[in-house]
Ligand binder design. Structure first.
Ligand SMILES: Nc1ncnc2c1ncn2[C@@H]1O[C@H](COP(=O)(O)OP(=O)(O)O)[C@@H](O)[C@H]1O
Ligand SMILES: [Mg+2]
Length: 239
């Protein structure tokens, strides 16, 4: 049974093609990693699955738990269990982290959630992402996912800017969030894979999947040989 199926997805933003016939399947209970060079379309895929209107679907389908959600509004997708850790979340003045967590959380207090990401209590009074450092923004995003407990996770570079001390913490929180659930995890240099269990990885090149395989093997190739290796792999498959 598939949690997510993306079929032949073609997407434009601002008149520019960002996804170009992308196919992807994530079975229920699996977390898949997405690699790809800057500008290859990773964030565009996540924001299209979330349903941001500027990402215009020209062709293809997004199926979540057997239901076609390609043209549903964002709130309907969130209701169906989609949760996002944004690469560049907005700063929201006047909205305090503690109030957001109180609204979202089902069985934990904001204080309990904050403690799990090493945030001191006074961070709950801070405005969302205002004045937070890069690594703090990731952890701030994670607190909201911990409160929301979405059934399908879209994690856009949760390890970027996170210091060594907090990387293991972020990894263990992602493992906890992903337990019994499904999702996609984008990571640039793969640091988080030391701590996160992922079943499969894919490489995006020019808006489509060029290569898929075991996360550690793919990462190893990319770090040793660069992304040109994935392009070669595509050539070998005759795409
Ligand atoms: N809202 C937008 N307006 C204009 N160009 C965009 C927008 N979003 C993405 N792009 C362009 O689409 C390409 C893919 O971007 P993105 O999906 O963010 O790549 P990445 O794989 O680094 O996450 C990039 O060249 C980027 O500049
Ligand atoms: Mg990105």
């Amino acid at each position: 049974m598939l949690a997510l199926e993306v079929r032949d997805l073609v997407v434009e933003v601002d008149g520019r093609r960002v996804l170009d016939g992308l196919n992807l399947e994530v079975p229920k209970g699996e977390l898949h990693v997405l690699f790809g060079p800057n500008g290859s379309g990773k964030t565009s895929l996540i924001l299209t699955i979330l349903g941001l209107p500027q990402y215009k679907v020209l062709r293809g389908q997004i199926i979540l738990n057997g239901e076609d959600i390609t043209f549903l509004p964002i709130n309907e997708r969130v209701k169906r269990g989609i949760g996002v850790l944004f690469q560049n979340p907005p700063q929201i003045k006047g909205v305090r982290l503690g109030d957001v967590l109180k609204k979202l959380a089902k069985d934990e207090t904001p204080m309990e959630i904050a403690r799990k990401v090493n945030f001191p209590a006074f961070y709950l009074d801070r405005e969302l992402n205002c004045g937070f450092s890069g690594g703090e923004i990731r952890r701030c995003e994670l607190t909201q996912l911990m409160a929301q407990k979405p059934s399908f996770l879209l994690l856009d570079e949760p390890d970027s800017g996170v210091d060594v001390e907090n990387l293991e913490l972020v990894g263990s929180i992602i493992n906890e969030l992903a337990k019994g659930r499904s999702g996609i995890l984008i990571t640039h240099l793969g640091y988080i894979l030391r701590y996160v269990e992922a079943q499969r990885a894919h490489v995006i090149l020019n808006g489509k999947i060029a290569c898929s395989g075991r996360p550690i093997e793919i990462l190893d190739h990319i770090l040793r040989e660069g992304y040109w290796w994935c392009d070669k792999c595509k050539e070998m498959r005759g795409d």
